[in-house]
Write a protein that binds this ligand. Structure first.
Ligand SMILES: [Zn+2]
Length: 116
C-alpha cells in the first residue's frame, strides 16, 4: 500500500480535516467534529475513539517508567514529593501529544479505509 506520509504529517501538525485539509478537525479539546465544515466529509466515520490515548499511555509509560524506577530507587524522598515531581510532566506530555496523535489516527483511518 502506498501511504501518503506527507499528508499524514500535515494532518498531524495542522489538525485539520484529512479530506480537504481546510476544515477544523476538533470540536473542543478532543471531540472530533461529526462533519467537516468545509467539504462536508463525515469525520465521525474516521473517529478512532480511545485508541490514540491507549497508544500514548504505552509509549509514555515505556519512556518514563525505567527513568522513574531508576531515580526513585536512588532518591531518598517521600512518595508524595515524587508524585509532585513526576506527575505534572508525564500528564502534561500526554495532554500535549493527545491532539496530534488523535489527528494522526483520524488521517490514518481516512487514508486506509475506502471513503466515498
Ligand atoms: Zn474537509
Amino acid at each position: 500500500m502506498d501511504m501518503p506520509i506527507a499528508a499524514l504529517v500535515r494532518a498531524c501538525l495542522s489538525q485539520r480535516c484529512p479530506s480537504c485539509e481546510k476544515g477544523a478537525l476538533f470540536d473542543g479539546l478532543l471531540k472530533i467534529r461529526p462533519v467537516c465544515s468545509e467539504c462536508g466529509f463525515e469525520l465521525a466515520k474516521s473517529d478512532t475513539g480511545d485508541g490514540p490515548a491507549v497508544f500514548l499511555i504505552f509509549i509514555i509509560g515505556f519512556l518514563f517508567l525505567p527513568i522513574v524506577i531508576y531515580v526513585e530507587f536512588h532518591a531518598d524522598r517521600p512518595g508524595w514529593l515524587s508524585l509532585l515531581i513526576w506527575g505534572p510532566p508525564i500528564v502534561g506530555l500526554a495532554i500535549i501529544l493527545l491532539r496530534p496523535v488523535k489527528a494522526l489516527s483520524v488521517a490514518l483511518a481516512f487514508h486506509t479505509r475506502r471513503n466515498p
